[in-house]
Design a protein around this ligand. Structure first.
Ligand SMILES: C[S@@+](CC[C@H](N)C(=O)[O-])C[C@H]1O[C@@H](n2cnc3c(N)ncnc32)[C@H](O)[C@@H]1O
Length: 496
């Protein structure tokens, strides 16, 4: 099986594409935004501190989607939901009322039900959250897993250090990861992981006289040799450093060490691992490095683009041929469909997809809400040893005319960019072409060629002719220079 990367809403992807009982391990880390005031979320207050509540409310609102999900659970027409899950959501609606918290829990119930369906009977599930929502999620998980023969296995505490000061409370320095199994099958994979005994444990209990260890099924067996030991079986409190903000590829990135533990414990080589909220792909990269098959889903194109770039950087271009990409426009009809999507969560997705695809994932997306001054993305190219020049991108899916090009050129000048690229779904008019030609060309001395300062590219050029940014971006110029230098050194070493 090829590995699978889906661009889309995980509920739709799970329902449409992922068959029953096909996944060995699922890990999810859904967005929650716990930085806001808990009191506001719980009590559905949005008034006093709107700025703080906004981030959460942006993600979880009681809107038509929430209302539809809620009705779907209550109606339970095709018996998708367990009766306990239906009763729980009904009860929670009475207590919490229809606000952001209930919207979040409805969204999770819909998705957790699908995740339960796609897990093999021997499968394992890990849900990553934090103490602000964990108590609600655990009862939802119980109604989905435990009432269908599954079991709650662990509440893993991921402890990390953050150098902040709690405001008249202790510093919150842990996340919660719930581990459930779909059944109590004796064939369930659980590889005991061992950790070295800490000096404190050795002091208290003496130097590792482990009298028993575990076989691959987790059964205790008498130890062959006494004295020496591999360490102690890992417990449910994990001390792992967070990815430092400066090294983060993504604001909510989780450390690979965390994902590797989960994957090693609950799967063997060749097993299928799924992450339905895959972000910058930590689960995927860890699964790949541990030789597991994987499936990733994310609703933003930046995430998909970042994962492709991360895999390519780590494993080389060849890895891309072993991935099936789904949901990414491959023809004009699906590009148009993406441009026309009304879903608020998919705001600017068409623009992101166009810029990242045209630049082979080498542009930076302008994510600022509103006031983006017409620029959807930026990329850089090297003009000399250490000098960069800027390219700005603008994407249009509606009607376009000469004025758009004049405006783009003004934006280019204001942004001090040498080049501007206009990506358009509609074909450009002759007037637009004339306007672009009138701006002239940029002489690239390093590449010894010239480029039109304002370029018009149609989405059909990108899809049907596979047209991509021809000018090497800084990243590639740098890589080329580095590998040329390395080759130089290597050939010198060979001849010496
Ligand atoms: C907290 S991040 C996950 C970070 C990830 N664990 C990592 O290490 O990079 C949550 C991700 O879920 C994605 N997401 C949110 N709602 C989604 C949905 N309905 N379907 C698929 N992905 C979704 C977001 O785009 C975001 O990338």
């Amino acid at each position: 099986m090829k590995n699978l990367l889906y661009y889309g809403d995980n509920l739709e992807v799970l329902r449409k594409y992922i068959k029953d009982e096909t996944v060995d391990l699922c890990y999810i880390d859904p967005p929650f935004n716990s930085k806001r005031n808990y009191n506001q979320i719980y009590n559905n207050i949005g008034g006093e501190d709107r700025a703080q509540a906004q981030a959460f409310i942006d993600t979880w609102v009681w809107d038509t989607r929430a209302a539809e999900g809620f009705s779907e659970i209550l109606a339970n027409d095709i018996g998708r939901f367990t009766t306990t899950a239906v009763d729980l959501i009904k009860g929670l609606a009475t207590v919490l009322k229809q606000g952001s918290l209930l919207a979040y829990l409805v969204s999770m119930t819909l998705r957790l039900t699908e995740i339960h369906r796609i897990l093999k009977p021997t499968g394992s599930f890990y849900l990553h959250c934090d103490p602000t929502a964990s108590h609600y999620l655990k009862i939802i998980l119980d109604t989905i897993f435990v009432t269908s023969g599954g079991e709650f296995r662990n509440e893993i505490i991921w402890h990390y250090l953050k150098w902040s000061v709690g405001q008249r409370q202790f510093v919150r320095n842990h996340d919660v990861i719930f581990f459930y199994s779909k059944s109590d099958s004796p064939n369930r994979t659980f590889n005991i992981l061992f950790v070295e005994r800490s000096p404190a444990t050795v002091k208290r209990f003496g130097n590792a006289k482990i009298v028993s260890s575990f076989d691959e099924k987790g059964q205790r067996k008498p130890s062959q040799t006494e004295g020496e030991s591999e360490g102690v079986a890992m417990d449910d409190v994990w001390d792992i450093s967070r990815v430092p903000p400066i090294k983060q590829l993504y604001p909510t990135e989780k450390p690979s060490a965390l994902l590797e533990r989960i994957i090693r414990a609950s799967t063997n080589e060749g097993d299928v691992v799924l992450d339905a909220y895959c972000g910058c792909g930590t689960t995927i990269v860890s699964a790949e490095s541990l030789k597991r098959q994987w499936i990733g889903i994310d609703i933003t194109y930046q995430s998909i683009s970042l994962i492709l770039r991360r895999l390519e950087a780590q494993y080389g271009k060849e890895i891309l041929s072993n991935i099936t990409l789904n949901g990414i426009p491959q023809d004009m009809a699906s590009a148009r469909a993406l441009a026309l999507k009304q879903d608020d969560r998919l705001r600017k997705e068409f623009e992101k997809w166009a810029v990242l695809t045209y630049t082979n994932n080498r542009a930076i997306i302008n994510d600022k809400k509103g006031g983006d001054k017409g620029i959807d993305g930026t990329a850089y190219f090297l003009t000399g040893k250490s000098d960069n020049a800027k390219i700005v991108f603008q994407v249009k899916s509606g009607n376009v005319g000469r004025g758009d090009i004049a405006k783009l050129n003004n934006d280019r000048l204001r942004e001090k960019a040498e080049l501007a690229i206009f990506l358009t779904l509609q074909p450009p008019t002759q007037g637009m072409k004339d306007e672009a030609n009138a701006v002239g060309v940029y002489e690239h001395s390093l590449m010894a060629c010239s480029y039109p300062r304002v370029q018009l590219i149609t989405i059909s050029d990108m899809i049907e002719q596979q047209k991509r940014l021809a000018i090497p971006t800084s990243l590639e110029v740098l890589k080329k220079a580095q590998s040329a230098a390395l080759e130089n050194v290597q050939s010198q070493m060979l001849t010496e």
